[in-house]
Design a protein. Structure first.
Length: 134
C-alpha cells in the first residue's frame, strides 16, 4: 500500500512566493509576507545584508536579476514546512558576462499565522562566487 503524503499549506505559500518573485508580483507578495517581514541575505552575493519588507526583498533580488540580465535558472530540490518553519534547498545557475556560476542555496522561513515573517537566504557558492559578482 502506497502512503500518500499531503503538502503542508506553508509549502504552498513558499511555492506561491517563488512564482510571485519571478513575476515581480508585488501584490501577491504583500499578501504572503507580514507587514514587518525581514529578508536576510548571507553568503557571496551582491545583496548580502538585511532588507525590510516586500520592497526591500524585491530591491535586493532586482540586483541579482540586473547583474545577470535575467540569466537565472532555479531548481527547487526540496521544500518542507510545518506551522511555524519552512526550509528549501535550491540549485541556481547564473550567467553573467559570458561566465556561469552554479550555487546551492538554502532558504529558511519563519511563519506567523500562515504568512512569512522572516526569510533567510544562505548562498553556498564556490570560493570563486565573490569574483563572479566583481
Amino acid at each position: 500500500m502506497e502512503d500518500i503524503m499531503s503538502t503542508h499549506p506553508n509549502v504552498v505559500v513558499i511555492d506561491r512566493m517563488t512564482q510571485a518573485i519571478v513575476e515581480n508580483d508585488r501584490e501577491t507578495l504583500a499578501g504572503i509576507f507580514t507587514d514587518d517581514m525581514v529578508f536576510h541575505g548571507r553568503g557571496p552575493i551582491p545583496f548580502a545584508g538585511d532588507h525590510q519588507g516586500v520592497d526591500g526583498l524585491l530591491a535586493a533580488l532586482r540586483t541579482l536579476f540586473e547583474l545577470t540580465d535575467g540569466n537565472v535558472k532555479l531548481e527547487q530540490l526540496f521544500c518542507l514546512a510545518d506551522d511555524e518553519w519552512g526550509a528549501e534547498w535550491e540549485r541556481a545557475v547564473l550567467g553573467r558576462q559570458g561566465r556561469t556560476l552554479e550555487m546551492n542555496d538554502a532558504f529558511v522561513y519563519r511563519f506567523e499565522a500562515g504568512r512569512i515573517r522572516e526569510m533567510w537566504f544562505i548562498a553556498a557558492g564556490p570560493s570563486e562566487a565573490a569574483s563572479f559578482w566583481a
